[in-house]
Design a protein around this ligand. Structure first.
Ligand SMILES: Cc1cc2nc3c(=O)[nH]c(=O)nc-3n(C[C@H](O)[C@H](O)[C@H](O)COP(=O)(O)OP(=O)(O)OC[C@H]3O[C@@H](n4cnc5c(N)ncnc54)[C@H](O)[C@@H]3O)c2cc1C
Ligand code: SF4
Length: 316
């Protein structure tokens, strides 16, 4: 690990300004992703701004009937919150499908959204990786790509986004609240928060340098049967090969988002019109532009079957 300096921030705006001042500074929350990346020298921040004391750790009702989740609410606490369990079951289930109990006790809402890909070549500093070192190439294209994206990738990167929680946030139409170093705040719809790689795979989100996430807001509950199903190589402590987050209404209409298949949580609202016609029709629309590799073509039928199981479960 490279040497770095450290400070505790006293307010959200002060935290944002402290990161802005130093080009290679980072916020640190639970540290469960960032510290691993620092130990492997994949990320080499020169300065860390600890945001854990910022009191952004409560879940509050909003005037619109939704919930405002502080950026520092731990994954364990969010999954167990009675309002989340009752009204946003897909989120509670997605959180509990991620990582392990110990990790979830530390991992935060903001850190979870910002965790970085698990592409094996991203972690191997001997390999070219456009995300780790822009312009160096992509070892995954033509390499071992079983876990990687079947849709939304580009000629420069086919990594997937690893978060389970983010897939549920996408199906729930969450919004991300931030504060910038000058104190200005903004609200980013989750659909615009994560970026596709195009030719800049190292730029993963809409955040600017120094912009701090303060909360994630959920709109009023959507009702329906809320299901998260994750398919992975091991029953626990593994990232998704394919996951499905779904909200299904009694008349068969609803919403669906996929994890494990794309560089961001994958949702196509036009595909949802097909839900009453069943999983095959929805999967065909969701994955219409898929470009799987030889190694990961299995994800296409896996999406259809996982979706089929979710729709059947929703029907009871
Ligand atoms: C062994 C292992 C297995 C895992 N399995 C899963 C899994 O199955 N599913 C899953 O979804 N996840 C999994 N994870 C990932 C885990 O969920 C993330 O590491 C965790 O959610 C990150 O949260 P954190 O608070 O620890 O983030 P940190 O590591 O502290 O930070 C992550 C990033 O977010 C930035 N950041 C943090 N807070 C803010 C903020 N408020 N504003 C702006 N930037 C911020 C940091 O600068 C950093 O870049 C696993 C992790 C490990 C180590
Ligand atoms: S897929 Fe993306 S993260 Fe993986 S090696 Fe290629 S550029 Fe790097």
């Amino acid at each position: 690990m490279r040497p770095f300096t450290y400070e505790r921030a006293s307010s959200p705006a002060a935290a944002a300004e402290a990161v802005r001042r130093t080009p290679d500074a980072r916020f640190i929350a639970g540290g469960t992703n960032l510290l691993d990346l620092m130990k492997l020298e994949i990320e080499t921040p020169v300065h860390l701004v600890d945001v854990n004391g910022l009191k952004l750790d409560s879940v509050e009702p909003t005037p619109e009937g939704g919930l405002r989740i502080g950026a520092l609410v731990r994954n364990t606490d969010l999954a167990a919150d009675p309002r989340v369990r009752r009204d946003y079951g897909v989120l509670s289930r997605a959180l509990l499908a991620g990582a392990s109990g110990q990790l979830r006790n530390k991992a935060t809402t903001a850190g979870n959204l910002l965790q970085r890909t698990r592409c094996p070549y991203f972690y191997d500093t001997n390999q070219p990786c456009n995300k780790r070192r822009p312009g160096s190439g992509c070892a995954a294209i033509g390499g071992f790509s079983r876990q990687l994206a079947v849709i939304g990738g580009s000629d420069t990167c086919i990594a997937t986004h690893p978060s389970d929680m983010a897939v549920a946030m996408r199906v729930l139409d969450a919004t991300v609240e931030t504060v910038k170093p000058d104190g200005a705040t903004r609200i980013i719809p989750i659909v615009d928060f994560h970026r596709l790689p195009d030719d800049t795979p190292h730029i993963e989100t809409a955040l600017e340098h120094g912009e701090l996430i303060t909360a994630v807001t959920l709109p009023k509950p959507a009702g329906g049967a809320q299901i998260y199903r994750k398919v992975r190589d091991r029953a626990s402590y593994a990232f998704a090969l394919v996951s499905v987050a779904a909200i299904v209404q009694p008349d068969g209409s609803g919403r669906v988002a996929l994890g494990g298949v794309a560089p961001k949580p994958w949702r196509a609202e036009d595909a949802e019109a097909e839900m009453p016609r069943g999983a095959k029709a929805v999967a065909a629309r969701l994955l219409a532009d898929a470009k799987p590799t030889h190694d990961n073509a299995f994800k296409l039928p896996l999406v259809e079957r996982t979706l089929g199981a979710v729709l059947a479960e929703a029907k009871g």
